[in-house]
Write a protein that binds this ligand. Structure first.
Ligand SMILES: *Cc1c(COP(=O)(O)O)cnc(C)c1O
Length: 385
């Protein structure tokens, strides 16, 4: 049963899983094996070697496809491994148009690893789709966007960029990590590939590193599967099991992330020590209209600056929260606080960061699913220190 016709909660719970054919186990077992015994050379049940196929991974990949309304899912050992696989579709001389405000590790992979293989990356402000249009050349093969962006919560109009990409005959890949499939489904808006760091909301419990690609095109799926097995960045079966389990509660967690997100964003906006709050749910956020039209809610990610935009003032907040743990990553049930300039985005040169509006004093929050009143009290105490 595909479950694609069901409502979101039913879909998330049943996606990809069927009772195990050998025992009836309701949860897909962790097939911790490297190989599969063959009856005769080449006579097998579709499983030969675990880099190429694993039943736990297969269940997860089917689930990933279902929850993003796609036909095919592919799981990778990390989010950056999934990104790496997409860039390996390209050849020297090909060009990529990428957002100028995205996850630091994506920027590092593009500039420090792939640029030296002769792939050219052009970074534009994708919040204005015209900038994407203007950057297209006959060599452009791929457009890479992230929305909402990390950490400034900028929004790109996926449908508008998808139609530019279609007209130009390029592939559009959307990093949907921040929104999660609960809030946004880029394939429905015309994207060709959706990428996730499953480490974040899909896993949801800060206990696994994993990445995912979801797509519709059969030929593109064959190419990416070939890269997955040839380059070998596959996740282990235990990690696949954890993400499969995480997906079952994604809708329940996301509802609470959204509710807490609204409460914390409003609290910050009204706090006398806070200057700007970056959260796409505010009606005066520059891209709010697009956010409201392509997302089902605004999630629990936000950033803010203090009126005193010094490192010292930011440090005081960063080191004085008790519920918000000072850590990289996001999307888990527990709240995290982060300093992009020195942590998640330290791989971006300061000059580039500042140019893109990511100031030294910016603080990022991943609002978890604890009780909102406790989270607000924790932030209030740290801000008033
Ligand atoms: C974390 C993250 C990645 C990288 O994923 P890993 O699982 O850490 O390799 C990519 N994009 C975004 C938006 C992320 O937050």
């Amino acid at each position: 049963m595909s479950h694609s016709s069901h409502k979101i909660g039913t879909k998330f719970i049943h996606a990809g899983t069927v009772p195990d054919p050998s025992t009836g186990a309701i949860m897909t077992p962790i097939y911790q094996t490297s190989t599969y015994v063959q009856e005769a050379p080449g006579v097998n049940q579709g499983y030969e070697y675990a880099r190429s196929q694993n039943p736990t991974r297969k269940a997860l990949e089917d689930a990933l496809a279902t929850i993003e309304n796609g036909k095919h899912g592919l799981a990778f050992g990390s989010g950056v491994a999934a990104t790496d696989a997409v860039i390996k579709l390209l050849s020297p001389g090909d060009e990529v148009i990428a957002a100028n405000d995205m996850y630091g590790g994506t920027y590092r992979l593009f500039t420090k690893v792939f640029a030296k293989f002769g792939i050219k990356f052009t970074y534009v402000d994708t919040t204005n789709p015209q900038n994407v249009q203007n950057a297209i050349t006959p060599q452009t093969k791929l457009i890479w966007i992230e929305t909402p962006t990390n950490p400034l919560m900028n929004i790109t109009d996926i449908a508008a960029v998808a139609s530019i990409s279609k007209a130009a005959g390029t592939i559009l890949c959307v990093d949907n990590t921040f929104a999660s499939p609960y809030l946004q489904n880029p394939l429905d808006l015309g994207a060709d590939i959706v990428m996730h760091s499953a480490t974040k909301y899909l896993g949801g419990h800060s206990d696994v590193i994993q990445g995912a690609l979801i797509l519709n095109d059969d030929q593109l799926r064959e190419q990416l599967y070939f890269i997955q097995k040839s380059c070998g960045a596959v996740p282990g079966p235990m990690d696949c099991f954890l993400v499969l389990r995480g997906i079952k509660t994604l809708h329940v967690r996301m509802k609470q992330h959204c509710e807490n997100g609204i409460a914390v964003a409003q609290f910050l906006r009204n706090h006398p020590k806070v200057d700007k709050v970056y959260w796409c749910g505010f009606t005066d956020h520059p891209n709010h209209t697009i956010a409201a039209s392509q997302m089902r809610g605004f999630g629990g990610m936000m950033s803010f600056t203090l009126k005193d935009d010094s490192m010292e003032a930011a440090n005081k907040v960063l080191t004085n929260t008790h519920l918000f743990a000072l850590a990289e990553s996001l999307g888990g049930v527990e709240s995290l606080i982060n300093h992009p300039a020195s942590m998640t985005h330290a791989s971006i040169p300061r000059e580039e960061r500042i140019k893109n509006g990511l100031s030294d004093g910016l603080i990022r929050l991943s609002v978890g699913i604890e009780d909102a009143d406790d989270l607000i009290a924790d932030l209030d105490a740290a801000l008033n220190k």
